[in-house]
Design a protein. Structure first.
Length: 192
């Protein structure tokens, strides 16, 4: 099973990808997490990505392609993958098509998480408030300024993917403004 989770920042891609990964017993591949780890580790890719992510912009396709190509080649990904936050541009979708074809696989389903903008803002800023209260590090892009840039990037660069995948008959949209358990149930139903 090869799945893509698509949605604006704070839609719950990471939250739901983790749950689906437990249920379906296939790995969650989060480009956001991979880029944040690369940034903390100070790798060449990570150093280039860190400031871009902090501003809320999308990291260039060639850098993201490098991390995903490396990760998807790992043995555990042969069983299937849940792609969390990748692809985010039409060029990335074409890179993914090429990778899957080369491995003799195909995409089973693209799950779009739909949430209105007010709720996205509440969730992201809520996460920052919670992190601050519990003494954890606040994500560098969880602030109003970066979120506005992230939302614009989603509208301009990522949302065209809904047409791309709908034309291929792969898109399933789910109301992700519901409580977390209800969203998971709706996603499982959409996959089935
Ligand atoms: P990501 O790490 O992918 O994060 P995100 O889109 O901002 O959030 P996500 O949708 O996963 O929301 P989450 O579950 O955390 O991207 C960060 C940055 O990395 C990008 O801006 C970009 O710079 C870079 N990047 C990553 N991939 C890239 C790519 N392919 N190309 C270029 N750049 C790339 O949920 C958010 C909050 O909401 C949490 O607090 C959660 O608990 C809460 N929540 C979730 N679901 C909920 C629900 N149903 N009800 C209530 N709260 C909920």
């Amino acid at each position: 099973m090869r799945l893509v989770l698509l949605g604006p920042p704070g839609a719950g891609k990471g939250t739901q990808a983790f749950r689906l990964s437990q249920i379906l017993a296939i790995p969650q591949l989060s480009t956001g997490d991979m880029l944040r780890s690369a940034a903390s580790a100070g790798t060449t890719v990570g150093m280039k990505a860190a400031d871009i992510m902090k501003r809320g912009e999308l990291v260039p396709d060639d850098l993201v392609a490098r991390v995903i190509i490396e990760r998807i080649a790992q043995p555990d990904a042969a069983r299937g993958v849940i792609l969390d936050g990748f692809p985010r541009t039409v060029s990335q979708a074409e890179i993914l098509d090429g990778l899957l074809v080369a491995d003799g696989h195909e995409l089973n389903c693209v799950l779009e998480l739909k949430v209105n903008e007010a709720k996205l803002l509440d969730r992201i800023l809520g996460r920052a408030i919670q992190a601050r209260a519990s003494g954890e590090a606040v994500r560098a892009d969880d602030n109003e300024e970066a979120l506005s840039v992230r939302l614009t990037a989603y509208t301009n660069q990522t949302s065209p993917l809904t047409h791309y995948y709908s034309a291929k008959g792969l898109l399933r949209s789910v109301d992700a403004s519901q409580p977390i358990d209800c969203v998971t149930a709706a996603l499982i139903e959409a996959i089935e």
